[in-house]
Design a protein around this ligand. Structure first.
Ligand code: PLP
Length: 330
């Protein structure tokens, strides 16, 4: 069975508007005088505010529905794009969302949190360290079960979600081909690993000579390389693909993490303004602004040849803009 069929045979619910546009960033490429830069507009996946989570959830939510879930439980940080997207798609599919967010209950609900609220998600604020989350989530799942709910846990990086990015890879290659563009690199923000895992599996399965570069948005997140490989292998297994994947395939760059997760640096701020004002495209402060700042630095450092084609995946995160409103225009 070919890969297209394998993807199309998996249970899936339609949540994203696909294919997303594929565009050349002509003015930005010209200003940087480097490779041609293209952008895959996954900020436009929808259903509300878009982003990469919508693609993943098409496969994950299909699984949840198949298993009879009436409540989906999603973890995240206070401004989690994952949690926000789960809150939205849950309503689209007629199930309830419980969001378990790490942090203190805020005075003002802004950005993603505002959207979580408007969609009526049940929000549990938990003061916990990352390693304590597993225990907390288990006890919440147990509590829901005792209440008679059929709950389904939606982690940020499920291998089934990575299938969404195998699918994105196929979509992207088709679009590039019809424009007569041969892609050399795909560059994207890497957080929990599923996006990169899916792209890697796609690249292997289609035998493409495309390098996938994840730009870590978090320092010291060295576990990410291993997680990405594990998710990629499991994703390949789900698709019944016999591809060889090793740690060498996972390229994650840690040079552009700036001052830490969610910290808006001058460079990210400049990048957001530059891309807005040269291309009419809005990046977010936490993920895509940082990854694009990284890409621009790499271009300035001479990482790419001038005749190469680089695709930046805009993974979304737009509600984050509003949380940083004061810092962005100061
Ligand atoms: C979640 C997220 C990412 C990272 O994707 P992973 O698959 O978790 O690596 C990148 N950009 C945005 C805007 C995100 O919300």
């Amino acid at each position: 069975m070919n890969l297209n069929l394998r993807i199309d045979n998996l249970p899936r619910v339609k949540l994203a508007n696909l294919p997303t546009p594929f565009e050349e960033m002509k003015r930005l490429s010209k200003a940087l005088n480097g490779p041609r830069i293209f952008v895959k507009r996954d900020d436009l996946t929808g259903p509300v505010f878009g982003g990469n989570k919508a693609r993943k959830l098409e496969f994950v939510m299909a699984d949840a529905l198949e298993k009879g879930a009436d409540v989906v439980v999603a973890p995240g940080s206070l401004q989690s794009n994952h949690a926000r997207t789960v809150a939205i798609v849950a309503r689209k599919l007629g199930v309830k969302a419980v969001l378990v967010l790490r942090g203190e209950k805020p005075q003002i609900y802004d950005g993603n949190l505002l959207i979580d609220k408007l969609f009526g998600a049940e929000i549990r604020f938990v003061q916990a360290k990352q390693h304590e989350m597993e225990f907390i989530l288990k006890s919440i799942m147990e509590e829901l079960r005792e209440k008679g709910c059929k709950s389904y846990y939606v982690p940020p990086s499920p291998p089934l979600g990575a299938v969404g990015y195998v699918n994105a890879f196929r979509e992207l290659v088709d679009q590039a081909e019809s424009l007569g563009v041969e892609i050399d690199y795909i560059v994207h923000a890497a957080g929990s690993g599923a996006t990169q895992a899916g792209l890697l599996v796609g690249s292997k399965a289609f035998n493409a000579k495309i390098k996938v570069l994840g730009i870590s948005i978090e320092p010291d997140n060295y576990q990410l390389v291993k997680t990405t490989l594990t998710v990629a292998k499991e994703c390949a297994r789900i698709l019944g693909l016999n591809v060889s994947l090793s740690l060498n395939d996972v390229e994650i760059l840690y040079d552009y993490v700036g001052e830490g997760y969610g910290i808006l640096t001058q460079e990210i701020k400049e990048t957001i303004k530059t891309v807005a004002q040269t291309e009419g495209i809005l990046l977010d402060p936490v993920y895509t602004g940082k990854a694009m700042a990284g890409l621009i630095s790499m271009i300035k450092e001479g990482y790419f040849e001038k005749d190469e084609n680089v695709v930046f995946i805009h993974t979304g995160g737009i509600p984050g803009i509003f949380v940083y409103k004061d810092k962005l225009i100061s």
